[in-house]
Design a binder for this molecule. Structure first.
Ligand SMILES: [Zn+2]
Length: 564
């Protein structure tokens, strides 16, 4: 305002009239508008002005704002809720997957080979084919040529003799390569296994095409070299395309905000530029992910809150202490039930995580640590408690907080730690959790949402897209039923959330987990007009109806960004 006083009156008048032209006003009327405020109030109308919620109330109260130029959206009995927040996903990873082949829904290896064949036909000789999301446990028939449930590369090598193929496993912890990719990466029968990795070989010692953990290195490197050869123009075009696809995917799913669980400096630069250029269609909140050494002295350059009119924030750091449960990477207090004498992987040293914790504290940023096993969770809580206390309101987060020793719940409270859970992982993992942990540990501490909530520990819910599909209805269904949507297999339903808790975990509680509850997460005066409108009432419909839910409108910053 100070600067404005210096501007001649004429300019002020021009500025004001321009501003007025941009000003948009809308009223939403409906019989199922849930504000998700502290009392979970229902209202009959919302008045939106210039991207913000100006008022909520009865039909009579809101009708006072009706005048020429105010758009009126009457949604009848549709379910109106605060814009959904994806609490833990990988934004550029999702965009990348949408641009490439996606196998999350593939039901057999034969289907995947067919998808790759389609891509090969459209590609130039030598161009890499990239895909992600295959999972042998999701196939309803075994591959024609297989070894220990894994497919052999033969089929892929036959249909793609000249194009290297790299297919990342759904977990991200292994990949599949065809003969051409292995040739370029220099993999031969003599290539030894590296520490922390494994090249899967058949009875003759031939690599079948599957590379686990660190053994993925040479194939990934060869692919990266191909990517690096692209011109700047090609790199920019691919980035823009992936961003466009990722934003569209969010809007189609009713998601107005996305919490990105780990971006590199070069991505953060691009995000910030996008925000400043007004290119974001959803709001992005990111965690920066680098080693303590790489971040030392650099964080101030990247830390930013509400850039581009509240569309971009980077005020958190991501690191991890262990791997995933399925691949025995979760770091456990006691050995695996189905791998005696083995307690999992500590992937980043506790000293390094402690150094990162100090960086987070000194830069006044949130710290988000990936911890899956009970040992990793305990170590993380120890580091948090060493560095911050609940009274300081730092809102540090454990990403996944998947398997906990009940003795550690109090430490969450003492350190003010948030459990960042992904409900859909529970039902995806359900078929193997008891094998890994045994019945007792699985029942008492695996995906223990009810216990967390009853202890008063804040939670935030996400999907970990592209590890899982971003679909919030699948995630909501898993949250309240703990059942798989395909086989209806159930995993300790006593730990389910209530309908309202699950809704809060994707709205106001998610906003809280990013220090944004004063701006979003509920439909209240002064907050962003980010609103999701669904075709049925998620608080009242039957369980099976949840999965049929359609997004009718996604409203971001007061504008209809998606309409069915
Ligand atoms: Zn993740």
């Amino acid at each position: 305002m100070k600067a404005m006083r210096l501007i001649p009156l004429l300019l002020v008048l021009i500025f004001v009239s321009c501003k007025e032209e941009r000003l948009s006003e809308m009223i939403i009327y409906g019989s199922n508008i849930y504000t998700v405020d502290d009392q979970n109030s229902k209202v009959a109308g919302i008045y939106i002005r210039d991207g913000l919620i100006e008022a909520t109330g009865t039909k009579d109260e809101i009708s006072n704002y009706e005048k020429e130029g105010v758009e009126i959206l009457n949604v009848g009995n549709a379910f109106v809720i605060p814009g959904l927040i994806e609490g833990h996903g990988h934004f550029s990873g999702m965009g990348n997957m949408l641009q490439n082949l996606d196998f999350l829904q593939s039901k057999s290896w034969q289907d995947i080979v067919k998808q790759v064949e389609g891509s090969v036909a459209k590609s130039e000789t030598g161009e890499w084919i990239y895909g992600r999301g295959w999972h042998q446990d999701k196939w309803n028939k075994a591959p024609d040529h297989n070894f220990n449930t894994y497919p052999k590369h033969t089929d892929l090598s036959e249909i793609s003799p000249d194009n290297p193929v790299i297919l990342i496993h759904a977990s991200g912890h292994s990949l599949f390569a065809n003969a051409k990719a292995m040739e370029i990466a220099g993999i031969t029968q003599e290539t030894p296994d590296v520490g922390g990795g494994h090249i899967v070989r058949d009875e003759n010692g031939e690599a079948i095409g599957v590379f686990e953990e660190r053994a993925m290195g040479p194939i990934r490197k060869a692919y990266q070299e191909f990517l690096d050869k692209r011109s700047q123009q090609e790199i920019d075009a691919a980035w823009n395309k992936s961003m466009e696809l990722a934003m569209q995917e969010c809007l189609e799913n009713g998601i107005t905000s996305f919490q990105d669980a780990g971006a590199k400096f070069h991505e953060l630069k691009r995000y910030r530029q996008m925000a400043e250029d007004g290119e974001f269609k959803i709001r992005l909140w990111t965690m920066v992910r680098h080693s303590s050494q790489e971040m030392e002295g650099k964080l101030a350059q990247y830390k930013v809150i509400d850039a581009g009119d509240g569309f971009y924030t980077c005020n958190a750091i991501k690191t991890e202490l262990d791997g995933a449960l399925g691949s025995y990477g979760a770091w456990l207090l006691e050995p695996y039930n189905d791998k005696p004498n083995f307690t999992g992987q500590n992937t980043t040293s506790t000293e390094e995580v402690q150094s990162i914790a100090l960086l987070a504290r000194n830069n006044d940023m949130q710290l988000c640590v990936h911890s899956i096993g009970d040992r990793a969770n305990r170590e993380t809580l120890h580091i948090f408690y060493n560095t911050v206390r609940a009274e300081e309101d730092r809102r540090w987060r454990i990403e996944h907080a998947q398997h906990l020793d009940p003795a550690d719940f109090d430490r969450f409270l003492e350190s003010g730690t948030i459990a960042s859970i992904q409900a859909i992982h529970c039902t995806s993992d359900a078929p193997f959790v008891i094998d890994r942990l045994g019945e007792k540990r699985a029942r008492e501490g695996a995906y223990p949402w009810r216990s967390l909530i009853d202890h008063g520990i804040p939670i935030v819910n996400g999907t970990d897209v592209p590890v899982e599909d971003i679909n919030p209805m699948e995630n909501y269904y898993a949250s309240v039923t703990r059942k798989r949507s395909d086989t209806y297999m159930e995993f300790f339903p006593e730990q389910a959330m209530t309908r309202l808790e699950a809704l809060r975990s994707m709205t106001i509680d998610a906003a809280f987990a990013g220090f944004q509850e004063d701006k979003k997460g509920s439909l209240e005066k002064g907050k962003y007009a980010d609103i999701t409108i669904l075709d049925r009432n998620l608080l009242e419909c039957s369980n099976s109806e949840i999965l049929k839910t359609q997004v009718l409108y996604t409203i971001v910053d007061g504008d209809i960004a998606y309409k069915k």
